[in-house]
Design a binder for this molecule. Structure first.
Ligand code: SAH
Ligand code: SF4
Ligand code: F3S
Length: 448
C-alpha cells in the first residue's frame, strides 16, 4: 500500500509520525506524495481551535482523493482523535481507523488488517497504565543527523487552559534503559544530535512508571554516549526544573545553550489562576541561575494573551517580562476555550479584538528583540548542522539551512565544488554575515 502522512501539532506528534512512517515502511508499505497515496494518515492536534478546525477541512479536501481508490481509507490519530473518537466515522465514512497516543503502537497492524478488509473499522483509544514501548524498526540507511527520543507520555499538570492531559493521558515515564538503548542505536547509526521529548521533561521519573532515574541523571547518561555531540530537551515546566538540571548547562558540553521555558503570562495573578504553580520572581530566579551556569544561553518561551481575567495591567506585565528576559523567540497565542478545561467556566473572558490587539503588540516587541539579537551576532562564528536545501537561493547561490547551538536558523550559501553535493547532516563551521528577523545568513561556504 502507498501512504501519506499529514502532521499537526507539537514535536511529540512529529516524532510519532516519524515512527509510524518507519513502522509502515518496515511492513513493506511505501511513503508517497498525496496524489499517489491510497491511505492517508492525519496526525492531529487539539491544543487550540485552529489546528482542530484544520482536521475537518483536511478531511473534506481528502475525500475525493480517497474515494478514487477502492481500498483507500483515512486514519485519524493524535489528540483530536483521542478527543473526538468514533464520532469521526459518522461524518466521514472513509475514516476507518482512529488512534490515540497510546493506540499508535498498534496502528501499523491495524492498518494492515484494514487494507485486507474493506468493511472493517478499528478504534485504538485506550490509555495504558504504563509507558508503551513501540517496536523500533532498524534503520536501513543512515540515521538522520538529528533525532527526537520520547522519554515520557502525557501530563499531570492540568493547567487551567490546557487540553493536553485529557488527550495525552497521565504522565508515564519511559524506562531509562530503553531511552539509553534507543539513543545508543541512533548514535551508532550516525545521529549526532538528540532532542529528548515530553510534555514536561523536568518531572521525568517522578510518576509511578519512573525507575528511580532523575531527569538530570538521564541528561548526564545520554550526554556520555559516544557520538552524541548535541543534546537538547523540550518542553520544560518552570515549576519542576531541578538545580541539577540548571547546573547541567554548565557541566555538559553536549547540552546545547538553548532552553524553551514557557512563561505563559507575566502577571502573578494570571499565573495563579492558570494553575502554573510559579510566580514571576521564581521564574526570573531560574533565568538568573541558568545564565550563571551558562552565560550565553538562549531562551525562548510560550505566551498566552487574553486569559480570562487578564486586564491591561496584567498584560503590561507580560510585556515587561519580555523586555527583562529578552527571549530569542517565542510562540504566542490568543487564549482559546477548549472542551472540558477549567478556564472555560472562568469569569472575565477577554473580547476577541482586545486579544488580537495584545497579541499584535507582543509579537511586534518580540520581533524587534529577535532582530536585535540576530544583528548582534553578525561577524561571530557558528556551528551549523545542515538539514536540507533552502527553497530559494541564498545570496544568489544554492542554499542549505540548519540550526546552530542556540537553535538559531542559519542559511548558508554554498558555492564551488560542493554546490551540488548532498550536505545533509554535515557539521559546518561558518561566520555569520547578516542577521535577519527570522534567520541568519552565513558567509559563502565552498569547502567542508
Ligand atoms: N507542555 C507544554 C505545552 C504544550 S501546549 C508546556 O507546558 O510548556 C503548547 C502551548 O500552547 C502552551 O505552552 C500554551 O502556550 C499554548 N496553549 C495551550 N492551551 C491553550 C489554549 N487553551 N489557548 C491558547 N493557547 C494555549
Ligand atoms: Fe498543558 Fe500545562 Fe501540561 Fe503543558 S504542563 S501540557 S500547558 S497541562
Ligand atoms: Fe497538540 Fe497534542 Fe501536542 S494537543 S500540542 S499534538 S500533545
Amino acid at each position: 500500500m502507498q501512504f501519506h502522512i499529514i502532521t499537526f501539532g507539537c514535536q511529540m506528534n512529529a516524532a510519532d509520525s516519524t515512527w509510524l512512517s518507519r513502522a509502515l515502511t518496515a511492513m513493506g508499505w511505501e511513503e508517497v506524495s498525496e496524489e499517489e497515496a491510497q491511505v492517508f494518515i492525519l496526525n492531529t492536534c487539539s491544543v487550540r481551535e485552529k489546528p482542530e478546525q484544520k482536521v475537518y477541512s483536511q478531511l473534506g479536501r481528502l475525500r475525493p482523493l480517497v474515494e478514487q481508490h477502492p481500498g483507500g481509507f483515512v486514519a485519524v490519530g493524535g489528540c483530536v482523535a483521542q478527543q473526538v473518537g468514533c464520532e469521526f466515522w459518522k461524518r466521514f465514512p472513509f475514516v476507518r481507523l482512529v488512534f490515540g497516543t497510546d493506540g499508535i503502537s498498534n496502528a501499523p497492524q491495524a492498518m494492515a488488517r484494514l487494507a485486507q478488509a474493506p468493511d472493517l473499522r478499528i478504534s485504538l483509544l485506550d490509555f495504558s497504565e504504563s509507558y508503551l514501548e513501540r517496536e523500533t524498526p532498524e534503520y536501513k540507511t543512515k540515521a538522520p543527523a538529528q533525532a527526537f527520543v520520547n522519554i515520557m507520555q502525557g501530563c499531570d499538570n492540568f493547567c487551567a487552559y490546557c487540553i493536553v492531559p485529557y488527550v495525552r493521558g497521565r504522565q508515564k515515564s519511559r524506562s531509562s534503559q530503553e531511552i539509553l538503548a534507543e539513543c545508543r542505536t541512533l548514535a551508532e547509526a550516525g545521529t549526532r544530535e538528540i532532542t529528548l521529548l515530553g510534555q514536561n521533561v523536568n518531572s521525568y521519573g517522578l510518576d509511578k512508571s519512573g525507575d528511580g532515574t532523575s531527569f538530570a541523571e538521564l541528561l548526564h547518561q545520554v550526554a556520555a554516549i559516544d557520538g552524541i555531540d548535541r543534546l537538547r530537551f523540550t518542553t520544560s515546566h518552570p515549576k519542576d526544573i531541578a538545580p541539577e538540571v540548571i547546573r547541567a548547562f554548565g557541566e555538559l558540553p553536549q547540552l546545547c545553550p538553548y532552553l524553551h521555558l514557557p512563561l505563559q503570562s507575566g502577571s502573578d495573578k494570571i499565573l495563579a489562576s492558570m494553575g502554573r504553580k510559579y510566580d514571576t520572581a521564581r521564574y526570573l530566579d531560574i533565568v538568573d541561575q541558568l545564565r550563571k551556569a551558562r552565560p550565553d544561553i538562549a531562551l525562548s518561551t510560550d505566551i498566552i494573551v487574553g486569559f480570562p481575567g487578564e486586564t491591561e495591567d496584567d498584560f503590561s506585565r507580560t510585556m515587561e517580562m519580555l523586555e527583562r528576559v529578552r527571549y530569542e523567540g517565542s510562540y504566542s497565542f490568543k487564549y482559546n476555550d477548549r472542551p472540558g478545561v477549567r478556564s472555560v467556566r472562568m469569569a472575565g473572558k477577554v473580547p476577541e479584538d482586545v486579544k488580537s490587539e495584545r497579541l499584535e503588540r507582543f509579537q511586534t516587541a518580540q520581533n524587534a528583540i529577535t532582530e536585535e539579537i540576530h544583528k548582534s551576532v553578525e561577524g561571530s562564528r557558528a556551528e551549523v548542522i545542515l538539514e536540507r536545501p533552502t527553497r530559494k537561493p541564498v545570496e544568489g547561490l544554492p542554499g542549505w539551512t540548519g540550526h546552530d547551538l542556540y537553535n538559531r536558523v542559519i542559511n548558508v550559501p554554498v558555492g564551488g565544488q560542493i554546490a551540488s553535493a548532498d550536505l545533509t547532516g554535515t557539521l559546518a563551521h561558518v561566520t555569520i554575515a547578516r542577521g535577519r528577523r527570522h534567520f541568519l545568513i552565513a558567509n559563502r561556504m565552498e569547502e567542508l
